[in-house]
Design a protein around this ligand. Structure first.
Ligand SMILES: Cc1cc2nc3c(=O)[nH]c(=O)nc-3n(C[C@H](O)[C@H](O)[C@H](O)COP(=O)(O)OP(=O)(O)OC[C@H]3O[C@@H](n4cnc5c(N)ncnc54)[C@H](O)[C@@H]3O)c2cc1C
Ligand code: SF4
Length: 440
């Protein structure tokens, strides 16, 4: 039977473990002393420890380990690329196959939800300093949760009307059910973090104004929200979308994309392209095809994502580059491609074309006089320090677009750096300068 259980826009595609299968899987774990799986997780979610808890039927302990280390443990359990992180590092691989760590993490967080287990609580002693986080995506949520757990007051300013960043507006609910994301966000809220929505920092309020309002430090986790269409003839036609706008429209309309019976072409070979194609199919498109400029082996999409697209009957045509978008009465009618060999060509009838060919940062200069890289991302070190004292940044806006777990890891690192900065500038260690090369 296919590992993908359902095919509907808002229904989760993959089934999780039952209690019995979770116990069976946990029993396969070798309980390694050095737990390479734990070092394989960028966010330090510590599978070695939480699997041990599951094995000894301590679901609360397992959920606590996950939440303490990765506040987005529920979402990561659904969409992390385990196969190239913790599961790739798993010692059991040498015997037969790796432990299904992602599904065990999902099981533990499901137990937390089913039995309403209290895993984290806000600290009783509060610190005086307050921190503003820009954006409510994974980087900011992880940074905010770490700061709040350490007793700092944190307010997140988010441009959209809900939290989650790309998890709320990009990743389709078939892969990440919205109630799972909501539960993760609630865990951040329960630590005392406040949210201000529909407020775009740089437009509605400046970084300097945040500081003037009493926020001692500002963290920027603004992601990559500038999606551009390629410079192709016909790119202005009705029916031509960027991936982000297409997925955001599906998210905002609850899957009512108006695609019923229509034909859609998705251009790209990454996870985002697979998500767009699956969304088109699950929201009613009669025909969906993906066109990618290289070979399938070169496609950056995850194996699971590719398999999911195939399971929905979506073909992937390789070695084709879009050349022109052809329209009739202002609407898209066809996409013309040329082959990588320079000789072949294809003209594909389409009502909708979605370009999943990458996202870029918005104009980050909106925040303050931040130093930017040549790609327009924020220049920051691995602790999130920018060129401006008291302004930190991490996540996609700095790394140029990676994964949720990496955004979480970077948000946590930036929080640790902010705490140290606050202690040196406002707290007990005020005036202390960290010696060059000092390791925290
Ligand atoms: C379609 C899609 C599918 C993906 N699938 C996966 C996957 O399966 N697995 C995986 O690990 N990763 C996946 N990713 C990548 C992952 O979503 C990102 O790496 C992660 O969300 C980055 O987190 P972030 O907090 O840096 O940025 P974001 O998630 O982009 O969040 C940034 C937030 O900041 C807000 N913001 C921006 N500017 C401002 C401003 N000026 N003021 C206030 N708020 C602002 C935005 O509205 C947004 O809410 C996917 C990405 C996309 C687009
Ligand atoms: S590496 Fe694999 S077998 Fe070892 S503790 Fe981690 S999950 Fe268990």
């Amino acid at each position: 039977m296919s590992k993908f259980a359902k095919a509907a826009y808002a229904s989760e595609a993959q089934a999780g473990f039952t209690h019995r299968t979770a116990m069976e899987e946990a029993a396969r774990c070798l309980l390694c002393h050095d737990a390479p799986c734990s070092t394989g997780c960028p966010a330090g979610t510590d599978p070695g420890r939480f699997i041990r808890s599951i094995r000894f039927r301590n679901a609360k302990g397992a959920a606590e380990t996950i939440r303490e280390n990765n506040i987005l443990g529920g979402s990561c359990a659904r969409i992390c690329p385990y196969d190239r992180l913790c599961e790739e590092a798993c010692s059991r691989t040498g015997i037969d196959r790796p432990i299904e760590i992602g599904k065990l993490q999902r099981y533990a967080i499901e137990q937390e939800s089913i039995f309403k287990l209290k895993t984290l609580k806000a600290p009783e002693i509060k610190k005086a300093a307050r921190v503003a986080c820009v954006g409510a995506g994974p980087a900011s949520l992880a940074c905010a949760a770490t700061l709040a757990a350490a007793g700092y007051g944190v307010t997140i300013f988010e441009a959209q009307e809900k939290a989650g960043g790309m998890l709320a507006y990009g990743v389709p609910p078939a892969r990440l059910p919205r109630e799972v994301l909501e539960r993760d966000i609630d865990a951040v809220r329960e630590l005392g973090v406040e949210f201000v929505f529909n407020t775009k920092v740089g437009r509605d309020i400046g970084v300097d104004a945040l500081k003037a309002r009493g926020f001692a430090a500002v963290f920027i986790g603004a992601g990559l929200w500038n999606a551009k269409l390629p410079d192709l003839e016909g790119a202005h036609l009705d029916g031509v979308w960027t991936a982000i706008d297409f997925l955001k429209n599906a998210a905002n309309t609850g899957g009512h994309t108006g695609l019923a019976g229509k034909s859609a072409v998705v251009i790209g070979g990454g996870d985002v392209a697979m998500d767009c194609a699956a969304t088109a199919k699950l929201t009613g498109a009669a025909q969906v095809a993906i066109y990618y400029r290289r070979t399938l082996e070169e496609a950056p999409a995850n194996t699971d994502e590719l398999q999911y697209a195939f399971s929905l009957g979506i073909p992937i045509m390789t070695n084709f580059v879009p050349a022109k978008l052809v329209g009739a009465d202002g609407k898209l009618a066809a996409v013309e491609f040329i082959g990588r060999d320079g000789k072949s060509s294809a003209s594909v009838a389409a009502d909708v074309a979605v370009f999943a060919t990458g996202q870029a940062p918005e104009d980050m200069a909106q925040f303050a006089n931040l130093c930017l890289t040549a790609k327009g991302t924020i220049a920051a070190d691995c602790g999130g320090n920018t060129n401006i004292d008291g302004v930190f940044a991490a996540g996609d806006a700095v790394n140029g677009g990676k994964t949720v777990v990496e955004a979480v890891a970077e948000g946590k690192l930036a929080a640790a750096e902010i705490i140290e900065w606050l202690e040196m500038t406002q707290g007990d260690n005020k005036g202390r300068v960290r010696p060059a090369g000092e390791v925290r």
